[in-house]
Ligand binder design. Structure first.
Ligand code: ZN
Length: 247
């Protein structure tokens, strides 16, 4: 599904548009036609629908060079091994997560607790893959002629990154599970979760004028992204926590 020039939605499960595995987060493709990067992998362990969706857009999967993760939760990273192997691409993840992904540390990626809570089937296991690069605040990732700027945005998970694309004078934020439609957030009861850090992460985008907000689930905004960020910040500003989407 083409969202705008150079940006496609190639995977999305039941908390989205239903174009791939039900457990998938939104899986985006950023491509200038010569190079491409997939942002978040989806649930896995296999995701042929995602590769089919790339072809349906008339894009040759061979032009894709990278998988970039916002964070390590299974619905965002679980298909990483499959995509890295099938497409022969490199994987880039937030600083501090390489070892977890390469060793399959299910405690650190919160999969053990999420599985016990019934969010994943009992037999769901994380498939490991090699991470070629970790990125942190201020790092840039080149995708052909396009440039993604890295923002460290922990709170929902730690580490957690968001990636900003500037195009035609506008800003587009691939925000993972940072914030959702109407300023909702996802705060799990887990050691990696912190409302304090989440508020600080969102504060990086105060008065930023974000146009496109491309989150990990639910609605996407092509123009009014800042309104959703502002709605969450308005709650934090009164020392309360935005509405939790998972209630
Ligand atoms: Zn998550």
């Amino acid at each position: 599904m083409k969202l705008m020039e150079n940006v496609y939605l190639i995977g999305s499960g039941k908390m989205g548009f239903g174009i791939s595995d039900p457990g998938d987060c939104h899986v985006y493709l950023v491509s200038d036609g010569n190079d491409g990067a997939i942002i978040d992998a989806g649930y896995g362990p296999e995701s042929p629908a995602i590769i089919n969706n790339i072809r349906k857009e008339g894009i040759d999967p061979d032009c894709i060079s990278k998988l970039i993760l916002t964070h390590c939760h299974g619905d965002h990273s679980g298909a990483g091994a499959y995509l890295v192997k099938e497409l022969g691409i490199e994987a880039i993840s937030p600083k501090g997560s390489k070892e977890w992904l390469e060793q399959g540390d299910e405690d650190s990626i919160n999969l053990t607790r999420a599985r016990a809570a019934g969010r994943y089937p009992d037999d769901y296991r994380f498939q490991t893959f090699h991470v070629t690069r970790e990125v942190d605040e201020g790092d840039t990732i080149l995708v052909g002629s396009l440039k993604l700027e890295t923002y460290s945005t922990p709170g929902h998970a730690n580490p957690h990154n968001s990636y900003l694309l500037r195009q035609d004078g506008k800003t587009y934020l691939f925000s993972g599970d940072l914030v959702f439609e109407g300023g909702e957030v996802v705060l799990n009861w887990a050691p990696e979760t912190s409302p304090w850090l989440l508020g600080q992460s969102l504060n990086k985008f105060r008065d930023f004028g974000v146009n496109g907000l491309f989150p990990g689930h639910h609605s996407i905004s092509l123009e009014y992204g800042q309104a959703h960020i502002d709605a969450a910040l308005a709650k934090f500003d009164t020392l309360t926590v935005p509405r939790n989407m998972m209630t």
